[in-house]
Design a protein around this ligand. Structure first.
Ligand code: IPE
Ligand code: IPE
Ligand code: MG
Length: 241
């Protein structure tokens, strides 16, 4: 549901862009940039907790990123596996919940298994505990793919008689999206100086505030995050009213 009443920033979404260009500027390969980007996600999740944000949703691999060279994809999947094995465990121990959106079944089997295992461990470990932050990682995510999959599921439930055409409204659609159990983002940040959404959360950001910065993702520090938050706080959200 749209978070219309509160001033509190509940949910921040980030298009973590610019790893490759950041690496190039440092005379390194793209892999080095992705590694620095992954480390920055850890730092920013701590910043979110400090700032009382409940949900952080990050774009890590898009449905279009399959078009990248094989060796870059391979190094991204290896990095993902390492990241889950090492860092995510630490996050969970700090009462951070890890969720996913996107179709992870398309990933190589080893990567897929590690992601699934982490999800399961998160669920078990955090049962009954106070959750400090929910991080949703978008993996093989694209809004158009998400919408297609959700329409398919709506049709299947219609066929089974679980829903009727009268049930179909904005809220029902929200419930069939991958993001069904998280609120809509209050603020969407895109780093690296690109002014586009690249197929990210198109349905969910109908009334989200947008913030674009030239800073490359690995350099998007706590200070830069606070700048985005301060900028958001100056805005007046009207929701058409
Ligand atoms: C974002 O950084 C991370 C992914 C898309 C996986 P890029 O890899 O897009 O870096 P640039 O945009 O080429 O600098
Ligand atoms: C968007 O960045 C996807 C992620 C950050 C994972 P891209 O670098 O893939 O997007 P474009 O190609 O610049 O639109
Ligand atoms: Mg990019």
């Amino acid at each position: 549901m749209l978070n219309k009443t509160e001033d509190k920033i509940k949910h921040v979404a980030i298009i973590m862009d610019g790893n490759g260009r950041w690496a190039k500027e440092h005379g390194k390969d793209r892999k080095y940039g992705h590694r620095a980007g992954a480390q920055n996600l850890i730092d920013i999740s701590e910043t979110c907790i400090k700032n009382n944000i409940d949900y952080l949703t990050v774009y890590a691999f898009s449905t279009e990123n399959w078009n990248r060279p094989e060796d870059e994809k391979k190094s991204l999947f290896t990095l993902l596996e390492e990241f889950y094995k090492k860092e995510i465990k630490r996050l969970i121990k700090n009462n951070i919940k890890i969720c996913h959106i996107g179709d992870i079944s398309k990933f190589p089997e080893r990567t897929y298994n590690i992601i699934k295992k982490t999800e399961e461990e998160t669920r078990q470990y955090l049962e009954g505990k106070d959750i400090k932050l929910t991080i949703t990682i978008a993996l093989n995510y694209g809004s158009r793919d998400e919408l297609s999959r959700s329409i398919k599921n709506i049709c299947l439930d219609f066929d089974k008689g679980i829903i009727t055409t009268d049930d179909i409204d904005e809220n029902l659609i929200l419930r069939y999206l991958d993001t069904n159990d998280i609120p809509e983002p209050d603020l969407l940040i895109r780093t690296s100086g690109e002014y586009r959404l690249s197929n990210f959360l198109l349905y969910q950001i109908a009334y989200t505030e947008l913030y674009f910065t030239d800073i490359y993702w690995p350099d998007f520090s706590e200070e830069e995050f606070i700048k985005a938050i301060e900028n958001y706080k100056k805005r007046k959200r009207r929701f058409g009213g």
